[in-house]
Design a protein around this ligand. Structure first.
Ligand SMILES: [Fe+2]
Length: 172
């Protein structure tokens, strides 16, 4: 790197970098608090007609503006996403049932290796930035359908979904 050689300039830019992180962290904290409040509300989705897809998951847009879109996902038993990362922030809460989440490390732009798998139950909330370790796959293993609420940092009128790139599981 052809670094700026005045230490004052490096300090200036370092402070700017820290400020960008604090904005992101402030958003993630707010998203986490909002989802925690929503997920604790009985009957949150009452009166909303939710689409379902046998053997798969169905996305239901329940709120959208120029900054965020909020989706209720209904997961049939056996439904599974691809292994993917995101072009935007990704926050979600489990409302009903259980969701298995596996996290991966990319080894190139097409392949990933498994790092960990955890199961999330009702009330679980997670918030991630696109630049964080946010390469995952979500699955519904039953025994009943699952419902989760997702807050993504994209305008639903500009993007079809939150996925930046999809990966194949690498043979190790
Ligand atoms: Fe995702």
């Amino acid at each position: 790197m052809n670094a700026l050689h005045h230490s004052h300039d490096a300090d200036l830019l370092s402070r700017l970098g820290a400020a960008s992180r604090s904005i992101a962290e402030t958003y993630l904290e707010a998203a986490h608090a909002t989802l925690a409040e929503l997920v604790a509300r009985p009957g949150l989705l009452d009166g909303i007609s939710l689409a379902r897809k046998p053997g798969n998951y169905a996305r239901n847009l329940v709120y959208g503006d120029e900054d965020i879109s909020v989706w209720a996902m209904v997961w049939d038993v056996g439904a599974r996403t691809s292994i993917h990362d995101h072009h935007c922030s990704c926050c979600f809460a489990v409302l009903k049932g259980t969701i298995e989440e596996s996290c991966f490390s990319a080894i190139d732009t097409k392949r990933a290796v498994l790092k960990s798998t955890v199961t999330h139950g009702p009330g679980f909330v997670a918030c991630m930035l696109p630049t964080g370790p946010n390469l995952h796959q979500m699955a519904s293993l039953g025994p009943e359908e699952a419902i989760s609420l997702h807050v993504y940092g994209f305008d639903h009128r500009r993007h079809a979904n939150s996925v930046e790139r999809e990966y194949q599981l690498a043979a190790v």
